[in-house]
Design a binder for this molecule. Structure first.
Ligand code: BGC
Length: 812
């Protein structure tokens, strides 16, 4: 490989090298036909492969998000997920998938908490390793991100994280170390600084990444994270997106004038060529990937979502007793014919859940199944949300709009330049993310036209989200106009959740109106053209809030079981922002309390990517955490509630009683821009144990539908062995967790820390002897001299969560 790389490098002049080390476009690495190198598209991301464009005409499978994947504690399942990701990537001609996100849950306030795996470095590393191996086994590159200490979002482009070496090595660097050991071909350098140096130029790229870890792949900048021309001499190899502003032409000048050595550029090109050979972009063909038809993909995502759900409380209600009809067999029966308990399905997430978190991890699935759709397929369901979370516009449902050009559901989009129509497109979504479309490069104005059909009478909220000069016409009359400008400083956040203008319009049932929206005064990005999120929203009339609330409580009172789906919103849990509270938005807490007061058989499903306060948790019969479970949410939820599958998840992160209890909370930098990781190695459960405060539910906790017994722990060398027995009545999954602790240590240590775990499924009555290898690293701590083991005796405790560890043994 190396000879071939040198041979190709010798064929490139400086300009040719410059082209390879910067993006060709937003999500594309440049090829070079003269040396047989194909263009290499890359794509987000961690929970599905969106592809180069953000376009409903080319949909993607939406997978469970990071916290959900980690909650499975299941490396084998990650192997299957990785194969699906690789298959999706190949279908979209993508060579590198920008994931997994392996930053840590330092604080539950972190806006991308949902995307990261865990508060624990060992669990994060195990899941990351499985992901990287599985994706790359099929010749598609993974890209663990964001190196390093991008653990929160506030001031994410500029924040300077201060952390000591030991904290970095033992916690934040560890998942990257393991991903590199697993063979990662690409790593993404973060936006933030660490100890005063921006990560795309930080010495941590040289050591440990490219030095002692031996990383020989490509360091790609996070998008726009390259901060200077001269900084190219440091460790970033690929500047994204393209076309570049600080590399490219200015960098070529810097090399010619001797300010940046050409040898530094050659080193980047070598890495990119090596990468290209690995992914089959250099006079070869990409490796074959597994076939995943739609049905197989849906089955896997549905199973994974159920396997990720964590049942934190169950007072004997789950699985629901649904009589003797086989669950799933009644899909075709009408609601009236369905037997089983009647369900009042309530909460804002019942019909409009969050399948995924917001930001660059977003994908556009071809279909989704809401809890309402999933549950009504198997049980008699009555539904009303009870609470609405905001008056913000939501994209108009497709079934209500008709494209006047095609006569099919959707709208007609035109790119205009003055009177010239550059392009006309049929679009089948109320929410469009416009960039990278060559047709848009010269556009000065965007026009959307559709025919809206009101299916119920009342005051409809109609409007548009965008940035620029907006005009809204209804039936040819100007209904609203004005300038919409970016709020907040994060362009990605503004792209996905642009500012809005709305009007109220009374419409009768069945009435149809012509809608025309124009957006002018566009601010194209240099080299990229139009970069704009557009929402056309039409929200159905709503009952007064008090009436709606009362209707939900009444439905709960008159049903056998109440299922309330609560959660966070795109506005509070997303990339680009941190949370300001852990309370559920709106009147959701009140709704759960009121429902529980009238129906003791209340099950609450929490649809969030990160912990929320659950003040009612001891008043309800069951609490099930669904995370952001991907497109098959409803089907998976129906499986779990009716007992077709058990909820297989265990908490990858601690759930607090209240925000004020959280030992490491703040993500706001000091006045000088520094975010100091003062707590050192004590984050997550380590911090809770040190503070002596009890959370609502501890790390590792999760009830399945069976019971377990563990016994006879022995330790030989570094292998812990124990007997695990399923003493319940049905097959189930168990996650055996092994933690280490150290009495009388000379070192500041956590009370205990996760060393290893084993995930197994046993039949009722079945027993198995389980061996858990305790990795050397679990005993080591970082010092100025490197990794050390403090001589003496460690204690290993084994059990079901960090707070439930009945078996103990010593390790010398
Ligand atoms: C995010 C990355 C993402 C990139 C490209 C950035 O804003 O931080 O995680 O891969 O955008 O979408």
């Amino acid at each position: 490989m190396n000879d071939r790389i040198e041979e190709l490098l010798a064929k490139l002049d400086l300009a040719g090298k410059m082209r390879l080390i910067s993006g060709a476009s937003m999500f594309r690495m440049a090829g070079d036909p003269a040396i047989g190198l194909a263009d290499m598209p890359v794509s987000d991301g961690p929970s599905g492969v969106r592809g180069e464009l953000w376009d409903e005409r080319d949909p993607s499978v939406s997978l469970p998000s990071g916290t959900a994947l980690a909650a499975t504690w299941d490396r084998e399942l990650l192997g299957e997920i990785g194969a699906l990701i690789a298959a999706q990537a190949r279908r979209k001609n993508v060579y590198a998938v920008l994931g997994p996100t392996v930053n840590l849950h330092r604080s539950p306030m972190g806006g991308r908490h949902f995307e990261c795996f865990s508060e624990d470095p060992m669990l994060t590393a195990e899941i990351a390793e499985a992901y990287v191996r599985a994706v790359q086994a099929h010749g598609v590159s993974a890209c663990p991100k964001h190196y390093v200490a991008n653990d929160s979002e506030t001031d994410r482009f500029t924040v300077d994280v201060r952390a000591d070496d030991r904290t970095l090595r033992e916690l934040y660097l560890y998942p990257f170390e393991r991903s590199v050991a697993a063979g990662a071909w690409m790593v993404m350098a973060a936006y933030n600084s660490v100890d005063g140096v921006t990560m795309t130029e930080n010495p941590l790229l040289a050591e440990p990444l490219k030095g002692s870890w031996g990383f020989d792949g490509v360091v790609v900048s996070d998008w726009t994270a390259v901060r200077s021309t001269e900084g190219a001499a440091a460790g970033t190899d690929l500047c994204m997106p393209g076309p570049p502003m600080l590399w490219g032409e200015p960098l070529e000048q810097a090399v010619r004038s001797g300010r940046v050595p050409e040898s530094a550029i050659d080193e980047k090109v070598r890495r990119i060529l090596r990468f290209a050979m690995r992914v089959g972009a250099l006079d070869g063909t990409p490796r074959a990937v597994p076939e995943f038809d739609d049905e197989r993909a849906r089955e896997l995502v549905r199973r994974a979502a159920a396997d990720a759900m964590v049942l934190v409380r169950n007072e004997g209600i789950l699985p629901l007793d649904i009589g003797n009809a086989a669950p799933g067999a009644r899909d075709s029966a009408s609601p009236a014919e369905k037997s089983g308990p009647t369900i009042a399905l309530l909460g804002p997430g019942a019909a409009e859940p969050r399948f995924m978190g917001g930001g660059s991890a977003t994908v556009i699935p071809a279909h989704t199944t809401s809890p309402l759709e999933g549950l009504s397929a198997v049980l008699p369901v009555v539904h009303t949300p009870g609470v609405r979370l905001s008056d913000a516009l939501t994209p108009v449902p497709l079934e209500l709009i008709t494209d006047p050009e095609t006569g099919t559901p959707g709208l007609s989009l035109r790119y205009l330049n003055g009177d010239t129509v550059i392009d006309t497109q049929h679009r089948a979504a109320g929410n469009l993310v416009l960039f990278g479309d060559p047709a848009a490069a010269e556009a000065t104005e965007i026009e959307l036209r559709t025919r809206l059909r009101a299916d119920v009478a009342g005051d409809w909220r109609i409007g548009v989200g965008a940035m620029g000069r907006v005009r809204l016409e209804i039936d040819g009359d100007l209904a609203d106009s004005g300038e919409l400008v970016m709020t907040g400083g994060d362009p990605v956040a503004a792209l996905l959740d642009p500012p809005q203008r709305t009007v109220l319009r009374p419409l009768s049932a069945g009435q149809e109106v012509d809608i025309r929206i124009t957006i002018g005064n566009l601010t194209p990005l240099p080299g990229l053209g139009v970069f704009l999120g557009v929402t056309f929203g039409a929200t159905r009339p709503r009952r007064p809030a008090a009436e709606e609330f009362a209707a939900a409580v009444e439905a709960a009172r008159t049903s056998d079981v109440a299922v309330v789906v609560v959660g966070t919103t795109e506005q509070i849990e997303s990339e680009g922002i941190d949370r300001t509270t852990l309370r559920l938005p709106g009147r959701q807490d009140e709704l759960v309390a009121a429902v529980a007061a009238v129906n003791p058989r209340t099950v609450v499903v929490v649809n969030s990517g990160a912990p929320v306060e659950m003040p009612w948790r001891n008043e309800v019969a069951a609490v099930l955490l669904s995370w952001f479970p991907g497109q098959e949410f409803g089907a998976a939820l129906a499986d779990v509630l009716t007992g077709v599958r058990e909820p297989g998840g265990r908490l990858p992160t601690t759930w607090p009683v209240r925000m004020d209890d959280v030992p490491v909370l703040r993500t706001t930098p000091d006045e000088d821009g520094a975010l100091v990781y003062r707590e050192g190695v004590h984050i997550g459960y380590r911090a809770w144990l040190r503070a002596g405060v009890r959370p609502a539910y501890p790390f590792g906790h999760g009830l399945g539908y069976t019971e377990w017994e563990s016994s006879d722990l022995t330790v030989t060398g570094r292998v812990a062995s124990l007997t695990v027995r399923n003493i319940g009545a049905r097959a189930g999954k168990h996650v055996v967790q092994a933690y280490l602790s150290r009495a009388d240590s000379a070192i500041d240590r956590p009370v205990r820390w996760l060393a290893a775990f084993a995930t197994l499924t046993l039949e009722p009555g079945e027993a198995r002897r389980v061996d858990i290898a305790l990795p050397r690293r679990a005993f080591e701590h970082w010092t100025a001299e490197g990794w050390m083991i403090e001589p003496g005796t460690f204690t290993v405790r084994v059990g079901n969560s960090v707070d439930d560890l009945p078996l103990t043994a010593d390790v010398a």
